[in-house]
Ligand binder design. Structure first.
Ligand SMILES: [Zn+2]
Length: 263
């Protein structure tokens, strides 16, 4: 059997065909061209169908289709509740998908939660029980695993760390609030800041530059978590930062100055 995974990003749509050994056997990528939710549902179904047809995989050999959206979802009802960087509100994705490909189970997740689960199951250190994953892209997504279980909160918003307010009265965010973390440390924000500070065009910051900014803003963000009584030492939180330039893993130490690279 095969599985299909689709990542819905603010810039691109990416789909992968995965076999029973978790190997990605084929991929598809296309720019996000959003005109309506109806068109978006149509595009996602066509992407999945194109992937199996290109690779001569019969549809009945696909056990399920999973999709990661940059926002909270209601997987039981097959509905995306809201995404900040794409104008999606209460979109019945599973129903839309089944109009073109009926019968295959469709599962929805927050994209950072999906990435966190992937890292959790495949991370080389099997003793890790808790981790936070940070995805950098158009915005910032965070996935939280506590004691071996994904932590989504009561409304699916527990991993929306990118919208924690770090700067009161700061830059306007697309979520409606001001001063959110992603306004200062997402890939887009870092590029914007670098362009401004270097006063020249077409500058793309290197991965290390991003990491230094991430570590700085992450410490500020985690301080907010720990202010509420969480003990970073007993949690043993690992941070995994993924972006187009690579993957960086670090382990939280007892003090902010002791962020240590372990992978
Ligand atoms: Zn925000």
């Amino acid at each position: 059997m095969y599985y299909i995974g689709i990542d819905i990003g603010g810039t691109n749509l990416k789909a992968g065909l995965v076999d029973e050994n978790y190997r990605i056997t084929a991929t598809r990528k296309q720019p996000l061209q959003f005109t309506s939710m109806e068109q978006m549902g149509d595009t996602l179904a066509k992407m999945a169908i194109g992937l199996v047809e290109e690779n001569s995989v019969p549809r009945d050999q696909v056990a399920s289709v999973g999709m990661g959206f940059p926002g909270p979802v209601d997987d039981k009802r097959g509905v995306v509740i809201k995404t900040v960087n794409i104008p999606i509100r209460f979109m019945p994705v599973a129903e839309m998908f089944h109009r073109q490909w009926d019968g295959v189970p469709v599962h929805l997740g927050n994209d950072a939660d999906c990435a966190a689960l992937g890292e959790y199951y495949h991370y080389e250190d099997k003793n890790i029980e808790s981790l936070i994953l940070v995805t950098l892209g158009t915005g910032i997504g965070t996935g939280i695993i506590l004691n071996g279980r994904i932590h989504t909160g009561i409304n699916g918003c527990a991993g929306e760390g990118g919208h924690i307010v770090l700067v009161h009265g700061g830059e306007q965010c697309t979520c409606g609030r001001k001063g959110c973390w992603e306004r200062y440390a997402s890939a887009n924000a870092l590029i914007r800041q670098t362009m401004a500070s270097m006063d020249q065009n077409h500058v793309k910051p290197g991965f290390l530059y991003k990491l230094s900014r991430i570590a700085e803003s992450l410490c500020r963000c985690l301080d907010l978590f720990f202010c509420h009584g969480l003990d970073r030492n007993s949690l043993g939180i690992y941070l995994i930062v993924r972006s187009d330039e690579g993957i960086f893993r670090c382990r939280m130490a007892s003090r902010r100055s002791e962020l240590a690279a372990v992978g």
